[in-house]
Design a protein around this ligand. Structure first.
Ligand SMILES: Nc1ncnc2c1ncn2[C@@H]1O[C@H](COP(=O)(O)OP(=O)(O)OP(=O)(O)O)[C@@H](O)[C@H]1O
Ligand SMILES: [Mg+2]
Length: 373
């Protein structure tokens, strides 16, 4: 049994970092934590590993209270952002160190080390020392050492962040099927939102003090409870438009603050927002819900309840598989995701079809999603 339970965890120094955090990670669950730099992600893992003492709260694994146990008695394996490799040992011996500690037979150790090194594409480096390999290779060595440890809980702190995009994607796919990881509870920290959405059975978005929202990739992305969560997940980032609601001839609309842009509120949101007419509101518009239309182009998208506005291209980036376009409309800049075959010129006149039935609305003061009760 390796269910991880964190109850009322608090930790701070001269300021609070983690404040009454509660979290349960089930046995076999891959739980991903995302959040901005300096918010407390590493601190949380270090508390679970026993490298920091909590100010309050309990940490249990499989019902066993670990809070007062030293790190080596916790059966928890952690990769560190700084790798923490033994400089005098070879890559082989670094990876083998948890196996040696368990006094496994020599042949078992070799077999395990070689197989994990193959998985991580570092089998040709096994006789080198950390001083003779690159940063990305060190990171994979540290990950290898963690993966062979057979702990009750895996704590992985940005374990593949320093690898190139291709290897990162390869390893991300491996993580989906790696049996070691799928047997126990795993807490995985990343900055990469695609990695989080891809890997997490559930994802926790960390803000000041603790987790702002916990849910599946779909829940977190489509129903962010907080503006902070919406801004943290998605590439390019969600468009954020501060606005004021008003009722015009019985129909709800919003006007962007300090700009001319006015848009109707679509039906699914009308009821929830009706009680807020004349209030300030923050509108979230995902770039994939902004469709760019050229003059004269006929679009079927507008039939899906989209509002169409005139716009001017401010910036266009061609990124191969798609493009990112920043357009100005009524004094507001909106980012759109465009198709690969379309190329746009700076200053070009276009129209934007805005899928207002997919907009998100957040309370201007608290940042809470007003559509999620
Ligand atoms: N030993 C310490 N003494 C004092 N403050 C600390 C200590 N360790 C961490 N902190 C502070 O706690 C906060 C959280 O740090 P932490 O390393 O957990 O952030 P993080 O979310 O992992 O950030 P990053 O994404 O940059 O790795 C930071 O403000 C950091 O300066
Ligand atoms: Mg960190």
């Amino acid at each position: 049994m390796s269910r991880l339970e964190i109850e009322g965890l608090c930790k701070g120094w001269d300021f609070p970092v983690i404040d009454r955090l509660d979290l349960t990670v089930e046995e076999g669950e891959f739980f991903v934590i995302v959040g901005p730099s300096g918010i407390g992600k590493t601190t949380l893992l270090r508390l679970v590993a026993g490298l920091e003492r909590p100010d309050a709260g309990r940490i249990k694994v499989g019902g066993r209270d670990l809070t007062d146990l030293p790190p080596y008695r916790r059966k928890v394996a952690m990769t560190f952002e700084s790798y923490a490799l033994y400089p005098h040992l070879t890559v082989f011996e670094n990876i083998a160190s948890p196996l040696r500690a368990r006094r496994l037979p020599k042949s078992r150790i070799t077999e395990t080390v070689v197989s994990v090194a193959q998985l991580l594409r570092i089998e040709q480096l096994l006789s080198r020392r950390p001083g003779e390999i690159s940063g990305g290779q060190k990171q994979r060595t540290a990950l290898g050492r963690t993966l062979v440890a057979q702990p009750d809980v895996f704590l992985l702190d940005e374990p593949i962040s320093h690898l190139d995009a291709k290897i990162r994607h390869e390893l991300r796919l491996q993580f989906h099927t790696l049996e070691e990881l799928r047997k126990v509870a795993t807490l995985y920290v990343t900055h990469d939102y695609a990695e989080a959405l891809s890997l997490g059975d559930r994802i926790g978005v960390m803000g000041a003090g603790g987790l702002l929202q916990v849910g599946t990739a779909r829940e977190i992305f489509q129903q962010p409870q907080h503006l902070f969560v919406a801004q943290h997940l998605g590439q390019p980032s969600i468009n954020v438009v501060p606005a004021a609601l008003s009722s015009v001839d019985g129909a709800l609309q919003f006007a962007a603050e300090g700009a001319e842009l006015k848009l109707p509120v679509a039906e699914p949101h009308g009821q929830a927002l009706a009680g807020r007419s004349s209030e300030r509101i923050t509108v979230g518009i995902r770039p994939q819900h902004v469709k760019v239309i050229r003059d004269g182009e006929v679009t079927t998208d507008t039939t899906g309840g989209a509002a169409v506005v005139d716009a001017t291209v401010a910036i266009y980036e061609a990124l191969g598989a798609n493009g990112i376009l920043v357009a100005e409309t009524g004094g507001v800049r909106l980012t759109a995701l465009t198709a690969p075959d379309a190329v746009f010129q700076h200053g070009e006149a276009v129209r934007l079809a805005l899928r207002n039935d997919a907009f998100l609305y957040f309370d201007a003061a608290s940042g809470r999603n007003v559509m999620v009760a």
